[in-house]
Design a protein around this ligand. Sequence first.
Ligand code: SF4
Length: 141
Amino acid sequence: MDIIKWARIKSPWVFHFNAGGCNGCDIEVLASLIPRYDIERFGMILRGSPRHADVMLLTGTVTRQIKDRLIRIYEQMAEPKFVMAIGSCAMSGGVFQNCYSVYEGADKVIPVDVYVPGCPPRPQAIIDGAVKLLQKLAAGK
Ligand code: SF4
């Protein structure tokens, strides 16, 4: 394993983007970051700028209104970049599915690497999704 890949797996910096929804998923993302669940033990640190992040933690419904901003923020992240769609809204539109303004999943707008189901998913599920992403990276996918 080369040193860049090793460093990427050991210290993925994350950026949280809320596209919409009810904020239930955001609370769970924050819960996974605090010492009780401690996602930082995997080297994950929350950054305030997409330019400093490797992984986008995407929550909420992707609407036609937010689409352009989401794409702009995704493009600001440096390559290689990864996206975790957290919660039913980000995965499929969730309870807002079939609404005229809602995309049926963030993957209709940007590439998604890991899906974390739930409404909202518990912190354990978010951590499980993060570990699956790291396993994908370790496998070279
Ligand atoms: S998936 Fe559920 S908890 Fe999360 S933003 Fe949507 S409605 Fe709220």
